[in-house]
Write a protein that binds this ligand. Structure first.
Ligand SMILES: [Zn+2]
Ligand SMILES: [Zn+2]
Length: 372
C-alpha cells in the first residue's frame, strides 16, 4: 500500500520473544543499520535520545479493543497494544554509543530481529506536549522549561529575538547562563532574588540576560567593567554559593575552530569592508557557528567555578522624583545636583554623569554647562 516504507535496519536484542515491556526497556540493545542507509547516521551521536520507529513483525492479529496487560480496557488507539491494524511501534531510547552502523541503545522494547523503519532525534521542544501555560501568568515559563530540558537551542532562539542577530558570543552567553541556572537549580521571577554579575557588555551579556532572566531593567543584573567574557550567578540568600563561568579563549575559539567565519568577520565588521552580500553571508555563517557551539561541551570552552562568594549591592531603592529647576523634567531626586538652593538635573547643571556604552562605563562631561 505504501511502497515508500522501507526497512533501514534491524534490532539485536537479548529478548527473542515479547516480554514485560518495563523489563525490556531496562536492557541495552543494538540497532544495526543497513549499509545502504549508513550515510543517514551522520552526526546522529549528537543526540542523546532517539525515537525508533519499528515494524512489530510478530504481532498477533489486530484487535480494536484488546485485553490489556493492566489498567482499564481501552480501544487500541487509546493504548500501546502491539496488536494494531498498522503494527508499528515507536519508542524513545537513550543512545549510549555509536560504532559505525551499530547503535547501542537503552530503553527499546522491541525483540530480536525487529525491522527498524526509521530513526529520528528526540527533540523535547517538538516531542513533548506543549506545556504552554499562559504567558501572561508565567512570562518566563517557556525559557525555564527549555533550561530544565537542556534545550539550549530554544534559549538561543529566544535570545536572538532581543539581540537581533545570532553570533558565537551570544551562544556562549546562553551556554554560560543555562549552565549556571542548572548548576544552581535556579529559576528567575525577575524580582532580584537571583542576581547575575556580568563582566562584559558584549553580545555575551544578552545571552546571559535571556538565560537567567536577570536584566538591566529588573535590577538583577550587575555589570562589572572588567572586560572578561564571564558571568557569575548567585542567590541573595546564598551569596557565597555563586557559579562563575569564564570563556577561556574568547577570540581563539572562533579564530581556531571557525577560521572562514572569522576571516569574514574581520573583513566585514572589524575593518568595515565587504559588500552587502558579504554582510549577509556573515550573518548566516555567524548563526551556524552560534548553533554549532551549543552542541559542544561547556567544559571545552569555559572554566567553571562553584562556591564563588559575591559581594552584592543592596536591592534597588525606589527613589522619589524631583523637578529640575531649569528643564522642568522630573528626575530621581538623588541624581540631581543642588545649586543656589535649587535642584537641577545633571545635564542642566553641566555635571558629569556615568554612561555605559560599547566601551564600558565612563564619566561623561555634560555639554550643557549651566542651564539653557
Ligand atoms: Zn552578537
Ligand atoms: Zn534639567
Amino acid at each position: 500500500m505504501f511502497e515508500a516504507i522501507t526497512q533501514i535496519g534491524t534490532v539485536h536484542s537479548a529478548f527473542d520473544e515479547p516480554s514485560d515491556p518495563e523489563t525490556m526497556r531496562e536492557r541495552e540493545s543494538t540497532i544495526v543499520i543497513d549499509e545502504a542507509y549508513s550515510d543517514g547516521l551522520y552526526r546522529i551521536e549528537d543526540s542523546d535520545h532517539l525515537v525508533v520507529v519499528f515494524y512489530i513483525h510478530e504481532a498477533d492479529a489486530p484487535t480494536l479493543r484488546g485485553p490489556r496487560r493492566y489498567g482499564v480496557e481501552r480501544g487500541t488507539f487509546a493504548s500501546r497494544s502491539p496488536h494494531r491494524p498498522s503494527p508499528i511501534g515507536t519508542t524513545t531510547v537513550e543512545l549510549l554509543e555509536r560504532d559505525g552502523r551499530e547503535l547501542l541503545v537503552r530503553g527499546l522494547d522491541a525483540i530480536d530481529g525487529t525491522p527498524v523503519l526509521d530513526l529520528k532525534p528526540y527533540a523535547p521542544s517538538l516531542d513533548r506536549p506543549t506545556r504552554e501555560t499562559d504567558r501572561r501568568a508565567d512570562p518566563r515559563g517557556h525559557v525555564e522549561r527549555a533550561i530544565a530540558d537542556r534545550d539550549r537551542e530554544a534559549v538561543l532562539l529566544e535570545a536572538g529575538g532581543i539581540h537581533g542577530h545570532y553570533c558565537p558570543y551570544l551562544a556562549l552567553g546562553v551556554m554560560a547562563g543555562v549552565h549556571a541556572m542548572r548548576e544552581l537549580g535556579a529559576t528567575s521571577d525577575g524580582f532580584e532574588d537571583l542576581i547575575a554579575v556580568t563582566e562584559t557588555n558584549s553580545c555575551f551579556a544578552d545571552g546571559v540576560q535571556v538565560a537567567t532572566g536577570c536584566t538591566v531593567g529588573n535590577n538583577a543584573l550587575v555589570y562589572r567593567d572588567l572586560g572578561k567574557t564571564a558571568m557569575t550567578l548567585v542567590r541573595r540568600s546564598a551569596p557565597d554559593a555563586g557559579v562563575r563561568v569564564h570563556v577561556k579563549e574568547r577570540e581563539a575559539i572562533v579564530e581556531r575552530d571557525y577560521p572562514e567565519a572569522n576571516a569574514l568577520f574581520e573583513r566585514v565588521i572589524a575593518d568595515g569592508e565587504g559588500t552587502d552580500a558579504d554582510r549577509e553571508r556573515l550573518a548566516e555563517r555567524w548563526a551556524e557557528v552560534a548553533f554549532d557551539l551549543l552542541d559542544r561541551p561547556i567544559g571545552e570552552l569555559c572554566d567553571i567555578q562553584t562556591g564563588v562568594a559575591v559581594d552584592l549591592p543592596d536591592p534597588a531603592p525606589i527613589y522619589e522624583d524631583a523637578i529640575c529647576a531649569a528643564c522642568g523634567e522630573s528626575v530621581m531626586a538623588p541624581k540631581t545636583v543642588e545649586r543656589d538652593a535649587e535642584r537641577f538635573c545633571r545635564a542642566c547643571a553641566g555635571a558629569e554623569y556615568h554612561q555605559l556604552d560599547g566601551r564600558g562605563c565612563s564619566w561623561i562631561e555634560s555639554d550643557r554647562v549651566g542651564s539653557s
